[in-house]
Design a protein around this ligand. Structure first.
Ligand code: C2E
Ligand code: MG
Ligand code: MG
Ligand code: MG
Length: 282
C-alpha cells in the first residue's frame, strides 16, 4: 500500500542523500583551511593556435589535493566556495600564484584566470588586481580575466563598469562558457570583449550538426566585427579540430592538446621540446 511504499522510498533515498550531505559538510569545513594553507593551487591548461600549432597562452584552473580525501574536483568545491563566499579568498590566491608562476614560462605567453562574480562585486577588485600585478611583476598585457555569462546576469551595469576599469589597467577581458545559459546577443555587442570562449559543448555538437556550425560562423562574424578573438574550449578529437578549423576557428584548448597540468610539467613541455607539445593535436 501507499504508506509502506513511501516508507520504503524514504529508506532507500536517505543513506545516499545523507552521505552526499556529509561529504559536502566535510569538504566545506576543510576548504577555508586548505585555501589558507595553500593546498588549493593553480594548474595550467595550454591554449593553442589551431593553424600554427603554437601555444600562445595558458588558463589557470584551481586544483585541490586533500591529504585524506585525495584530489577534489573544482566541479565539487567551486560551487561550495561560491555559496559560502570562500571563492573570494580562493580566487585571489589562484590569481597571485598563477601570476608569479607563469613568469617561469616564455614572456610572450598570456595567462587567463577565472574571476568569480563575488570577486568582481567586491569594492576593492580593481585595487586587488593592480596590487597583484605590482607584487608579481606580471605585465597587465599578459593577463586575461575570464568571466562567465551567468556573472553578467547578476548586475550587468555595475559589472561592465568594473570590467572597463580593469581593461584600463591593460588587462584583457574574456567571456567564458559562451553559448550555454541565457546567451544574449547583447552580451557580445554591448562590451568590447578581448576574447569570447565558446562553451565546450559546441565542440561536440559542431561535428554532428550543420546548424551548429552555421551558428558558430555567425558568432565568429560578430566577434570579428567587435574585434574580439574567439577561442573554442574542450577540443577532444582530431575530427572536432578539423571541423572547427574548417569553419574558421583559429584558437582553442582541450584534452586533444593537453589538460591542466602543474607548472613544472608545463615548463618541461615548453623547454624540453616545443614541437612535442603540439603532438597529439597538430
Ligand atoms: P572553465 O573556466 O570553463 O574551465 C574549463 C574546464 O573544462 C576545466 O574544468 C577544464 O579542466 C575542462 N576541460 C578542458 N579541456 C577539456 C576537454 O577537452 N574536455 C572536457 N570535457 N573538459 C575539458 P575544471 O578545471 O574542472 O574547472 C571547472 C570550472 O571551475 C571552470 O570552468 C571554472 O568555471 C571553475 N574554476 C576553476 N578554477 C577556478 C578559479 O580559480 N576561480 C574560479 N572563480 N573558478 C574556477
Ligand atoms: Mg575559464
Ligand atoms: Mg569555460
Ligand atoms: Mg566552466
Amino acid at each position: 500500500n501507499a504508506v509502506s511504499y513511501s516508507r520504503r522510498r524514504v529508506v532507500t533515498y536517505q543513506p545516499a542523500m545523507r552521505a552526499e550531505m556529509e561529504r559536502r559538510t566535510i569538504v566545506e569545513n576543510a576548504l577555508a583551511r586548505a585555501i589558507e594553507a595553500n593546498e588549493c593551487l593553480p594548474h595550467f591548461q595550454p591554449q593553442f593556435n589551431l593553424m600554427t600549432g603554437r601555444i600562445f597562452g595558458v588558463e589557470a584552473l584551481a586544483r585541490w589535493y586533500h591529504s585524506e580525501l585525495g584530489w577534489i574536483s573544482p566541479s565539487e568545491f567551486i560551487p561550495i566556495a561560491e555559496r559560502n563566499g570562500d571563492i573570494v579568498s580562493l580566487g585571489w590566491k589562484i590569481l597571485e600564484t598563477s601570476c608569479s608562476e607563469v613568469q617561469l614560462l616564455p614572456s610572450d605567453l598570456s595567462l587567463s584566470v577565472n574571476l568569480s562574480v563575488a570577486q568582481i562585486l567586491s569594492d576593492d577588485v580593481v585595487a586587488m588586481l593592480d596590487e597583484c600585478l605590482g607584487r608579481t611583476g606580471l605585465p597587465a598585457s599578459r593577463l586575461k580575466l575570464e568571466v562567465t555569462e551567468t556573472t553578467l546576469m547578476s548586475d550587468l551595469r555595475r559589472i561592465q563598469t568594473t570590467l572597463v576599469e580593469l581593461r584600463s589597467l591593460g588587462i584583457g577581458i574574456s567571456l567564458d562558457d559562451f553559448g550555454v545559459g541565457y546567451s544574449a546577443l547583447s552580451y557580445l555587442t554591448d562590451f568590447g570583449w578581448d576574447e569570447i570562449k565558446i562553451d565546450r559543448s559546441f565542440a561536440t555538437k559542431a561535428v554532428k550538426d550543420k546548424k551548429i556550425r552555421d551558428i558558430l560562423k555567425m558568432v565568429l562574424g560578430i566577434a570579428e566585427t567587435m574585434g574580439s578573438q574567439v577561442l573554442i574550449e574542450g577540443i577532444e578529437t582530431v575530427e572536432q579540430r578539423d571541423v572547427l578549423v574548417d569553419i574558421g576557428c583559429t584558437i582553442g584548448q582541450g584534452y586533444l592538446f593537453g589538460g591542466p597540468m602543474a607548472i613544472d610539467d608545463i615548463t618541461t613541455l615548453f623547454f624540453s621540446d616545443h614541437s612535442k607539445s603540439t603532438l597529439a593535436g597538430l
